[in-house]
Write a protein that binds this ligand. Structure first.
Ligand SMILES: Cc1cc2nc3c(=O)[nH]c(=O)nc-3n(C[C@H](O)[C@H](O)[C@H](O)COP(=O)(O)OP(=O)(O)OC[C@H]3O[C@@H](n4cnc5c(N)ncnc54)[C@H](O)[C@@H]3O)c2cc1C
Length: 552
């Protein structure tokens, strides 16, 4: 997840080690001392234990602190902090359960900085904060890369449920050890030891040999300690629904400007962008940035400023007739807030073909960028759809793949696609248009190998060795939960600004004052990462105006 830092050269292990476990200067150690208190620890004194939610920050003055994982009677030491090195990881910015334990390795003198003082220190000492933040990001990357402090996921690698759990863990930056029962030699021993039958897979094994059999994401998040507890009686200044680029941007700006902010996200931070392995057109990243890296950083940034994140809970309803507004979550709990930013985005329409989930990301794509094109160079591909996005995709892909089949259900493209694209498709020797057509079956062992489509008029079926399908059949907004509360356009996107009768105040205000919509979920929005981030950033000004109206 959190990787693409241009200042970090991944080929230089010494630089990375020095940045992951930095040694602070005497002067910095002295400054840190002002935020905490000195303690003398006997050999073996525990400082924090895996599963704790409120570990403090420790700086070693003399002696050493050992960071380890304990399983049954065996102890695996990950690292030992010595003079002027410090403990901690990204969990110091949130209240998730920590993944490792720490104890004094010998008689040791430390500065203990309590969590509230740690936040103060991070805000007041920018040079120290930069070193600490980089170290914490690299430590999490290290835990993920080396599966340290990990949950073990056991199951058939190609099952949709295994993929569901794997995606959830990796998109939430949780270290994971995958035991693929189809391929790993050690799988049999594991299953026997845990008395797990094939019907109970996939299963997640947590520390202490607790086994979750094919859990829901909410149960998994709770058991892993990813769900952060919060006081449901709290009235937040702002609740943001959705942690895609737009929601995270709103959270960063709102929290940094002093609003008490909570973000509610049903799956994992990043939204659709989190599923993009390389975003090439986001300003400032000339070599591209993975959606997860961008989202991971934005999440830490929001939490650094104090925003709360409630992960793995979808909002199912909003009560907008009460003050403060009330959001009802999947588990029936509620979040109350004086203002709401809706950033629940959209999801690309799925193909209605049996087994399509199995090939998502492994043959079925919802975007045709250079990244996807490179995955199917010289192959035969299908673009499904008759709109401009499908036309652009077909023309773009024709430059690098062997052949593009464009499938539409209608009689042609003229009614739905710009003429210049219709002409290019007609003139391209590498593109064939198949009208009245729909896909009926997908085949492939690991990825997609073969696709069959049927002409709905003639019922004739065609099977081709296609390895990629680009589904460009429009996006559906995630707005079922606001139904009845706000004005939506005919496609279900949230109407804002002048069309919602709110033009003068903010282009993002919905038909309900105090509730705003930004990013892909907003009617008429440009569906891009940068525009979502822009809208999420500027909407906060309008939220301030709503919460603190200036006297007439
Ligand atoms: C594969 C792919 C590649 C892309 N590549 C690019 C690119 O290269 N460049 C570019 O500019 N754009 C790209 N896009 C488009 C871009 O990702 C989107 O425009 C952007 O993510 C929109 O951001 P958003 O925050 O508005 O919504 P989303 O990213 O859709 O995020 C919405 C979030 O809300 C959550 N949510 C939904 N409903 C609820 C609910 N009821 N309760 C709680 N949470 C909820 C979702 O889980 C999601 O995390 C790509 C999109 C895809 C799918």
């Amino acid at each position: 997840m959190l990787s693409a830092d241009p200042s970090i050269d991944p080929t230089d292990p010494f630089q990375r080690t020095a940045q992951t476990f930095p040694q602070l200067s005497e002067e910095m150690a002295e400054r840190i001392g002002r935020y905490g208190s000195e303690e003398l620890l006997e050999h073996g004194t525990p400082l924090f234990t895996r599963g704790d939610r409120n570990a403090d920050f420790f700086l070693v003055l003399d002696g050493a602190i050992e960071i380890f994982e304990q399983d049954d009677d065996s102890i695996k030491v990950f690292t030992t902090h010595s003079k002027h090195q410090f403990t901690g990881e990204l969990t110091l910015f949130n209240e998730r359960e920590i993944l490792v334990s720490g104890r004094a390795h010998q008689a040791t003198r430390v500065v203990r900085v309590r969590r509230s003082d740690f936040r103060r220190m991070m805000q007041s000492e920018p040079d120290i904060a930069e070193i600490v933040m980089r170290a914490y990001i690299l430590r999490r990357v290290g835990l993920i890369r080396h599966s340290q402090g990990a949950a073990t996921l056991i199951g058939p690698g190609h099952s949709a449920d295994t993929l569901r759990l794997q995606q959830f863990l990796s998109r939430n930056g949780y270290p994971l050890r995958l035991v693929d029962t189809e391929h790993d030699a050690e799988a049999g021993g594991f299953l026997e030891r845990l008395s797990l039958g094939a019907a109970e897979l996939p299963a997640v094994v947590l520390s202490g040999h607790r086994v979750l059999r094919n859990p829901t994401l909410a149960v998994l998040a709770d058991k892993l300690g990813l769900t952060e507890p919060f006081d449901h009686a709290t009235v937040f200044d702002l609740a943001v629904v959705g942690a895609g680029p737009a929601g995270l941007a709103a959270a960063v700006y709102a929290a940094s400007e002093g609003l008490q902010t909570i973000v509610v996200e049903s799956i994992a931070p990043g939204g659709q962008a989190g599923t993009s392995s390389k975003i090439e057109n986001y300003l400032g990243f000339p070599t591209g940035v993975s959606g997860m890296a961008l989202a991971g950083r934005a999440q830490v940034q929001a939490q650094k400023f104090g925003a709360r994140l409630a992960i793995s809970r979808a909002v199912t309803r909003v009560d907008c007739d009460v003050t403060p507004f009330e959001l009802r979550l999947e588990d029936d709990s509620t979040v109350r807030a004086r203002a709401i930013v809706i950033a629940s985005g959209a999801r690309y329409r799925k193909l209605d073909v049996p087994g399509f989930e199995r090939f998502e990301g492994q043959g079925i794509y919802y975007a045709a960028t250079a990244m996807e094109a490179s995955l199917c160079r010289d192959a035969e591909v299908i673009v499904v759809g008759g709109g401009n996005s499908a036309g652009q995709a077909a023309v773009f892909l024709a430059g690098s793949v062997r052949h593009v089949h464009v499938l539409v259900r209608g009689a042609g493209l003229a009614a739905t696609m710009s003429d210049y694209l219709v002409q290019r498709i007609a003139n391209a020797s590498h593109i064939t248009l198949h009208v009245h057509s729909e896909i009926v079956s997908l085949e492939g062992e690991r990825g997609l190998d073969r696709v069959t489509w049927r002409n709905r008029r003639s019922t004739e079926e065609t099977t081709r060795p296609v390895t990629a399908i680009f589904a460009m059949i429009g996006a559906e907004p995630n707005t079922a939960w606001v139904d009845g509360c706000l004005d939506l356009d005919p496609q279900g996107f949230v109407v804002t600004g002048a069309k919602a009768g709110q033009g003068a105040d903010s282009p993002y205000m919905t038909s309900r004052p105090g509730i705003y919509a930004v990013g892909d979920v907003r009617s008429g929005s440009v569906k891009r990462v940068a525009s979502g981030v822009g809208e999420g950033s500027v909407v906060v000004q309008a939220v301030h105006r709503f919460l603190h109206p200036s006297p007439e």
